[in-house]
Ligand binder design. Structure first.
Ligand code: CKU
Length: 597
C-alpha cells in the first residue's frame, strides 16, 4: 500500500466524512464468500457496529470465539463536489487482515491488524448513485504473521484461535473509518526532527508531496507564525522555543502549504512538539534532562467494546494515569489507535510504541513457560523468513504513522521472544536496522525481554539502546510460600546485570501480580490485594538500589480479557485498576510513590 496515511485533517482543500455506524456483517466459516460473489454485496447480513470488536456482542460461544473469514459492507453516497478530487477510504485498522472491494472490484489488501489501511477508490466510485464497500476479513493466527499463534480446527469442525500471547484475539473493524477527499495533487507525508542549541530550536523537515511549491509555517497556539520556510525540505529556527516537556506539553501547529502558480492547491496541519530524546550513559534524557519513567503496560481493552476505539475510554485512562502521577506507558503489545497518541502529545505523556511482535515463543501459556525456559528453537523454523518480512513491514508502517508524535520517544520491536540462540540474534539484527533506518528522529530502539534473557544467555540485548525487562519474581517464580526467595533471586539477577557495566538505562516494562478485588488476607496470600502491594514494595526496594534502573511500568494498567485457561479468571487480573477503571489498593501505593519521584 503506497497511499498517504496522514491522519485526516479538514480544511478548504481536504474533507473527510465518517463512515462509523452500523454496517452489514457476515461470518464465512466455510470460506465460500468469494465463490458466491459476496464481494458484490452481502445477502442475509446481520448488523455490526463500526468501530467494534465483534466477539463480546454475542451470546453464543461460536460467535465470540469465531476464527476465520468474515465480511463487512457499507453503502454510501459520495458528497457533492468530491468528483473533482480524489476519494479514499481510510480504516484506522482491519484486524488482522482485509481485502477491500469497491462496487465489486478489488482495490487493495492489507496484512496486520493494528495499523491504518488506505485505499484510493476514485476510479471505482459512482458519483451519481449509491456505492458499496465490501471487505473480506480474516482473524486467524499463524507463525508467519503478527501477533504469533496458531489456528486449531476442533474435532467438531470449528476453528479457534490459539494465541501464543496473553490477550483475547479481538478482531473486526475496530477503529474509525473515513471517506477522505483530497486534491488531485496533494501532500502525502512529512517528518520533522529537532536539535536544540542554546535557546534556539532547529527543526529539520521533509515533505513528500506531488509537484508544486511547498511552504511550511510553524504557529504558536494563538496562531502567531514563528517560523516560515520554502521548499520540500529545509530548516525552521525558533528562538526561545516553548519546549514539549514531560507532563508539561506545548504543541505548535506545523502547517504545510502546496501551491501551483501561486494558487494554493492543498494544505495540511498537524501538531508537533519540540523536544529531543537521547540516551546519555544510563539515563533517558528528554530535552537534555534525565526522566524516570513511571507508568504502565496497557492494553486496548474494555468490557463489551473489546478493542474498539472509544474516546471516553481514552479520556478515562489518561485521567486515571494522571491521578497515579504516571508519565509513561507502553502500547503493549501492538500500535494503538492514533487518537491515544494525540492525547498523549497534549498531556505530555511518554510512549514506548510497540509493534505486534508478541508470541515469538511457541506456547499457549508463554507467561508460565517463559520462566521455565521451555524453548522451542522458534527462530530456526522455516516460517521465519516470512515472519521477518511481515515484522519489518509492520515496523515501517508503525514508524511512518507515528514518527511525528512528540510523545513517542522509543520503539519497542518485540515482546518476550526467545533470545538465546544465534538465529534469534540474526533475526533481530535485521529487525533493529529496519527500525533505525525508518525513523527520521533516530529514537532509541528496544524490546521487552523475559526472564530467560539474562546477561549470560541473551544474545539480543546488545542491540537495545536501553534494556527493558519483564520480571515476575514473586509471582510466576518464587511466589506464595516461597516468596522469601523472590527478592534474593531478583537481586542476584540484577547484580549480574550490574557486573556487565553496560552503561545503559534499564526500564522494567512488566512486573505485577494477579489479584481479585474481592480478596483480602492477613497475612497475605497470592491473588489478594495485600500480596500485590507487598510484591510491588519489594520491587521498589530493588529498583531503588540500582541507579541504572530508570523506569518502572507496572503490568498492567487495568484487568483485561485473555484466552481462557486455568490461570485466568475471566481474563488477566494484574490490573492496578479494574476493567471498569476503578482503583485497586495498589493504585494508592503507586500514587504515593510516584508523587515523590
Ligand atoms: C504477562 C512471559 C511473560 C509474558 N508477559 C506478557 C504479557 O502479555 C502477559 O499478560 C506476562 C502476564 O500477566 O502473564
Amino acid at each position: 500500500m503506497t497511499e498517504s496515511v496522514l491522519y485526516p485533517c479538514d480544511n478548504r482543500y481536504r474533507e473527510s466524512k465518517s463512515l462509523n455506524g452500523m454496517w452489514d456483517f457476515k461470518f464465512d466459516p466455510n470460506g465460500i464468500g468469494l465463490k458466491e460473489n459476496w464481494n458484490k454485496g452481502l445477502n442475509d447480513a446481520i448488523k455490526m457496529p463500526v468501530p467494534g470488536s465483534f466477539s463480546d456482542l454475542f451470546t453464543q460461544k461460536e460467535k465470540r470465539d469465531y476464527t476465520g473469514d468474515f465480511w463487512y459492507e457499507i453503502d454510501f453516497y459520495v458528497p457533492k463536489g468530491w468528483e473533482k478530487n480524489k476519494t479514499f477510504i481510510r480504516f484506522g485498522s482491519l484486524t488482522h487482515r482485509g481485502i477491500i472491494y469497491c462496487n465489486g472490484k478489488k482495490i487493495t489488501e492489507h496484512e496486520g491488524g493494528f495499523l491504518p489501511v488506505v485505499a484510493n477508490i476514485s476510479e471505482s466510485i459512482n458519483v451519481n448513485g449509491i456505492n458499496k464497500i465490501v471487505i473480506k476479513m480474516n482473524n486467524e493466527l499463524s507463525e508467519y504473521t503478527l501477533p504469533v499463534g496458531t489456528t486449531q480446527v476442533l474435532k467438531s469442525g470449528r476453528k479457534i484461535a490459539r494465541p501464543y500471547f496473553d490477550f483475547f484475539n479481538y478482531s473486526g473493524i475496530q477503529r474509525n473509518v473515513w471517506l477522505v477527499s483530497l486534491p488531485n495533487k496533494s501532500i502525502k507525508d512529512f517528518d520533522t526532527s529537532i536539535k536544540l542549541n542554546q535557546n534556539v530550536a532547529e527543526i529539520n523537515y521533509n515533505i513528500v508531496a506531488d509537484d508544486g511549491d511547498v511552504k511550511v509555517e510553524l504557529c504558536e497556539t494563538d496562531g502567531t507564525i514563528v517560523a516560515v520556510s520554502k521548499g520540500a525540505s529545509g530548516k525552521l529556527f525558533v528562538k526561545a522555543p516553548h519546549l514539549w516537556n514531560v507532563k508539561n506539553a506545548y504543541l505548535y501547529t506545523f502547517k504545510i502549504i502546496l501551491s501551483e502558480k501561486n494558487i494554493i492547491i492543498d494544505q495540511y496541519e498537524s501538531k508537533i512538539g519540540l523536544r529531543t530524546v537521547q540516551i546519555k550513559n544510563d539515563k533517558i534524557c528528554i530535552n537534555d534532562k534525565p526522566v524516570y519513567l513511571k507508568g504502565f503496560g496497557k492494553h486496548e481493552d474494555f468490557d463489551i467494546l473489546g478493542k474498539s476505539f472509544n474516546w471516553s475510554i481514552v479520556k478515562r485512562d489518561f485521567e486515571c494515569m494522571k491521578w497515579t502521577n504516571a508519565n509513561c506507558f507502553r502500547t503493549s503489545h501492538y500500535p494503538y489507535a492514533e487518537e491515544w497518541y494525540q492525547l498523549a502529545d497534549e498531556e505530555g505523556f511518554l510512549i514506548i510504541d510497540e509493534v505486534p511482535a508478541v508470541g515469538m515463543m511457541r506456547s499457549f501459556q508463554n507467561f508460565v513457560d517463559a520462566g521455565k525456559g521451555k524453548f522451542t528453537n522458534f527462530f530456526s523454523t522455516k516460517t521465519i523468513p516470512e515472519l521477518k518480512k511481515n515484522h519489518s513491514q509492520q515496523i515501517k508502517e508503525m514508524i511512518k504513522r507515528d514518527k511525528n508524535h512528540p510523545s513517542v520517544f522509543s520503539w519497542s520491536l518485540f515482546n518476550e521472544p526467545e533470545t538465546t540462540s544465534q538465529p534469534a540474534y540474526d533475526y533481530f539484527k535485521d529487525i533493529f536496522s529496519v527500525a533505525r533506518k525508518a525513523d527520521p528522529q533516530k529514537r532509541p530502539c528496544t524490546g521487552a525481554l523475559e526472564k530467560n534473557s539474562q546477561p549470560d544467555t541473551c544474545k539480543v540485548y546488545p542491540l537495545c539502546d536501553f534494556i527493558c525487562l519483564n520480571r515476575y519474581y514473586g509471582w510466576y517464580i518464587d511466589g506464595g510460600e516461597a516468596v522469601d526467595d523472590s527478592q534474593i533471586e531478583f537481586e542476584a539477577e540484577m547484580n549480574k546485570w550490574k557486573k556487565e557495566k553496560l552503561n545503559k538505562p534499564f526500564v522494567f516494562t512488566e512486573f505485577g501480580t494477579d489479584n481479585l478485588v474481592s480478596e483480602h488476607k492477613l497475612p497475605s496470600i497470592m491473588w489478594s490485594q495485600e500480596y500485590q502491594n507487598e510484591y510491588l514494595k519489594m520491587y521498589f526496594d530493588v529498583f531503588d538500589k540500582y541507579p541504572f534502573i530508570q523506569g518502572e511500568l507496572v503490568w498492567n494498567f487495568a484487568d483485561f480479557q485473555t484466552s481462557q485457561g486455568i490461570r485466568r479468571v475471566n481474563g488477566n487480573k494484574k490490573g492496578i485498576f479494574t476493567r471498569e477503571r476503578q482503583p485497586k489498593e495498589a493504585a494508592f501505593l503507586l500514587k504515593d510513590r510516584w508523587e515523590n519521584i
